[in-house]
Design a protein. Structure first.
Length: 266
């Protein structure tokens, strides 16, 4: 049997895989060992700095130590985000109504804005959009925080949340982080929607302080802002390599199958 098509596919994948998986680094001229500017660097088992202070929706100064006394879902957004932040908060709001646990009694949710221009007043307005289906007595346990650059950087660095200023906006990933009552990082949940079972198990494990690795690490990224054209553009290099690989598979696999069938018939 002629294995040339399979060899050609293998060589092709070797050639395009580095471009597909590291296109953004190459486009920016960075090396492969450098930490990404945008994304998640998991820090499972680490404990966040609990003495950091922020402003809550009532403009009171609060520390994370005071707020985190039970398993907590932590998410980062900025309130004027034109992309992923609202869908992420919608996903959190949806799973709150579906998970078989009581917000406030069994867990809390904390949303922190990484934009220093966001204010408690803006936090209140943002929160109103996502708590409509949550009972009023439970809404206070989904806490929106704003803060200064020093404390924002400390908490985002502590959990490995990497974002980048682009013009008047930010490029950032979409994920939530689950914390134990002592502030230990126990799970990362990626994407914009979350299965109630996954969230429940993550919260139960957080209560026990058990850190579990993530299975689904597919990240979604906010659109990038182009200051020159004042438009938002999709990061094509992030998906270009994947499209090449898919195309290669669609082209070469049928060739291999036909070759094998022809060999058997002869």
């Amino acid at each position: 049997m002629d294995d040339r098509p399979m060899k050609q596919l293998f060589i092709f994948i070797l050639l395009v895989l580095p471009w597909g998986t590291n296109a953004q680094q190459f486009a920016e001229g960075s090396n492969l060992t450098k930490e990404p500017d945008i994304g998640i660097i998991e820090k499972l088992g680490d404990t966040i700095p609990l003495d950091l202070s922020f402003f809550n929706e009532q403009n009171d100064t609060v520390t994370l130590r005071k707020l985190i006394d039970k398993p907590t879902i932590l998410c980062f957004v900025y309130f004027d985000c034109p992309g992923l932040c609202s869908p992420l908060l919608s996903g959190v709001a949806d799973v709150i109504t579906k998970v078989d646990m009581d917000l406030g009694k069994d867990y809390k949710v904390i949303t922190i804005s990484f934009n220093t221009n966001d204010t408690p007043e803006k936090a209140i307005e943002k929160k109103k959009n996502f708590v409509q289906n949550i009972s009023k007595e439970h809404r206070e346990n989904w806490i929106y925080l704003t803060g200064n650059q020093e404390n924002i950087k400390s908490i985002t660095d502590a959990v490995g949340y990497k974002y980048k200023v682009q013009g008047l906006d930010f490029a950032h990933p979409s994920a939530v982080i689950v914390l134990s009552p002592s502030g230990k990082i126990t799970r990362y949940l990626y994407g914009l929607t979350y299965l109630p079972f996954d969230v429940k198990m993550a919260l139960i494990e957080a209560q026990k302080g058990i850190a579990r690795p993530s299975i689904n690490k597919v990240l979604e990224y906010c659109f990038a802002y182009n200051p020159a054209s004042k438009t938002y553009t999709l990061q094509v290099t992030r998906i270009f390599g994947s499209l090449i690989l898919v195309t290669a598979m669609l082209v070469f696999i049928p060739l291999v199958i036909r070759k094998r069938r022809k060999s058997k018939s002869t």
